[in-house]
Design a protein around this ligand. Sequence first.
Ligand SMILES: [Zn+2]
Length: 461
Amino acid sequence: MRRTIVAGLLASLAFPVLAQTPTDPWHAQGRELLADLIAIPTVTHRTEEVKRSVTYLKGRFEKAGINDVIVKDHDGTQSMIVRWKAAGKPKKKPLLLLGHLDVVEALPTDWSRDPFKLIEEGGYFYGRGAIDMKNGVAAITNTILRLKAEGYKPKRDIIIFFSGDEETSGNGAKRATTEWRSLIDAEYALNADAGGGAKLKGGPMLGFGLQTSEKMYQSFSFEARNPGGHSSRPRPDNAIYDLSDALKRLQAHRFEPMLNDTTRAYFQFRQKGEKGALGDAMRRWLANPADGAAADIVEADPTEVGSTRTRCVATRLEGGHADNALPQLAKATVNCRIFPGVEAKAVMADLQKLAGDKVTVSYIDTATPSPPSPLRPDVVKAYTDQVHKRFPGVDIVPQMSAGATDGLFFRSVGIPVYGVDGAWIVVPDDERAHGRDERIPVEAYYGNLDHWYGLVKAVTG
Ligand SMILES: [Zn+2]
């Protein structure tokens, strides 16, 4: 899962774009890595392909002299943990680099090109995983191979964790943060599956997001039961009506608006580019976080949906058992994206109150809490420095994702995670993660190789 840009960046200020010519040998190696990774179709059900991908990368690391590579065979797929030990006795805890090897299915019949062959065309690299996120896996790998070849000596251990099931179960990340904890324990993690920039076609670079926070995913069941009976003799109470009433109340309900460090910084940036009513609402809300009416206006804007609070929405429905019988059961799934720091049980209590006594609310799955990571000045500086090398002065905007990545499992066990990828895309044309003809601008790809190289060096030197 990946959301590269903050939708609201579209409304922001303009900055010039610096051209870049990809000529150096590390770019050539980076291109080769991307081509090789895309050629291995690591889609969900083809777990043998994930294993091939792991074997391929293990080979590249070992060839470079990095031999501490642990392959975990689990849940029908594989994850890998690579450790590059610090020179001497490190004073700092390790740095963790995160990525995932799996991709969402891509049917050749749906694409205008072979999805599992890197194709360079019209200033773009095409292929499944070009942006989500074989580009990031290649950038991290290329960085380590390059630093090693240059004789670099990290002052702290560098650990890489690549999972094989981020797009589906997240079991790799779950296990990494529990049973393999000692192998991945780190001061914090840099995640290549989030962050990044947005640019207008032929226009300015809008800004770069630094992701520090993800909403928590939790589904609930709404269930109404009734003795039922013959449909020729309707009862005053009815499971379908009871459930409908509860869902209509849910539809109208708005949870309490909230700000955290990340979203406050985000809205402070956003309001600068918003002169009208939406900007006024942002300014009122920032000045007075208790101004719920202002927050509601912000939440109602299509670019900001989900950014001001917990949101819950009905997503599935079933009920009744015969056309001529009164329903004995009516049931709905309500999917919530819970604001970081809010407990699932608090949301459940709110939902139960809303649903009333004729409907029972219960958990469907177990959510993993995902506290927001503090805006560490060293990480913010390192990220900003690297982005500004390519795009001087461009805005860096803290970001909360409405969706989730592997990062949330690491946050949940107290390892802060920062989505700091340095690639950028043209919006909205290149927003194709999980979609057809996924692509990344060639210039953005090469720039991201340099970005990760500079970033890792800055935080491990
Ligand atoms: Zn992803």
